[in-house]
Design a protein around this ligand. Structure first.
Ligand SMILES: Nc1ncnc2c1ncn2[C@@H]1O[C@H](COP(=O)(O)OP(=O)(O)OP(=O)(O)O)[C@@H](O)[C@H]1O
Length: 246
């Protein structure tokens, strides 16, 4: 391949950021008569990047994920998948390559780990590549696993389908710091392989450690957004001002 610069007058090839997999424009969503709890949200999720959505309790983080996933119909604005506006329900978006790990993990406690993976149409071999520590538990009922192992099942099941985008709500809820690192490390590795990720996290510092970009929601609106590196270098930018120290 030539390394010479292009001749004068010949346009250079464009090497801008990859096109977003999932976008929102002016997205509003809420529940019943109460009016929208998320208002006018703009967001782009690109292949290979981890965006973390932070904000105090009740800010609208889960509602945002629900609206982006198709589990909740927006009351305004649009969601686009690969550049096309979509109103498809969750199961259709899942088939198109959107993975959603909700806060309750959606692991079926009465089924074995192997059955849980199969139910999510996940290839067991691929799931074990992500979390080899599940290998000895494949035939155990999920209800007998620790919270961290259950979360690994939920995440392995989502990632083993090789989705294009992942929405994950509070993966680390109630887990020990080492497990949080393990789970978020797996998410980072998947993003390095091209996955687009939107993470809602209570563990602000852990989320910042793996994120490329940060969006802070307050009262359903974007209060701050910017590169995670800037916040890692100067946590006071957000911590204390917008977020509790965690
Ligand atoms: N099913 C529901 N019906 C009615 N109101 C709801 C429902 N779910 C959430 N809300 C309300 O919507 C607002 C935003 O909630 P949401 O769960 O999106 O916030 P959050 O930022 O994820 O908060 P948390 O960190 O506490 O999970 C809150 O005021 C909440 O009480």
């Amino acid at each position: 391949m030539s390394t010479n610069p292009p001749a004068p007058g010949v346009p250079r090839p464009r090497t801008g950021p990859a096109a977003p997999v999932l976008s929102a424009r002016g997205l509003s969503a809420g529940y019943g008569e109460g009016g929208p709890v998320v208002r006018g949200l703009d967001l782009d999720l690109r292949p290979g990047e981890v965006v973390t959505l932070l904000g105090p309790n009740g800010a609208g983080k889960t509602t945002t994920l629900l609206a982006l996933s198709g589990a909740l119909s927006p009351s305004g604005g649009t969601v686009s998948w690969n550049g096309r506006v979509t109103t498809a329900p969750l199961h259709q978006r899942a088939r198109a390559g959107l993975a959603f790990v909700p806060e309750d993990r959606s692991v079926i406690m009465d089924l074995t780990v192997r059955e849980n993976l199969r139910l999510g149409r996940a290839d067991t071999g691929v799931a074990l590549e992500t979390f080899p520590e599940l290998a000895g538990h494949l035939d155990r009922r999920a209800g007998l696993l620790s919270g961290g192992q259950q979360q690994m099942v939920a995440l392995a099941r989502a990632l083993a389908r090789r989705p294009a985008a992942l929405l994950a709500d509070e993966l680390s809820l109630g887990l020990a710091p080492q497990l949080v690192e393990r789970l978020l490390g797996a998410v980072r590795a998947a993003a390095d392989g091209g996955l687009a990720v939107l993470l809602v996290e209570q563990h602000v510092r852990s989320a910042l450690a793996v994120a490329d970009r940060v969006i802070v929601l307050r009262h359903g609106q974007v209060a701050w957004s910017g590169p995670a590196a800037g916040v890692r270098a100067d946590p006071d930018l957000l911590l204390g001002a917008y977020l509790p120290l965690a």
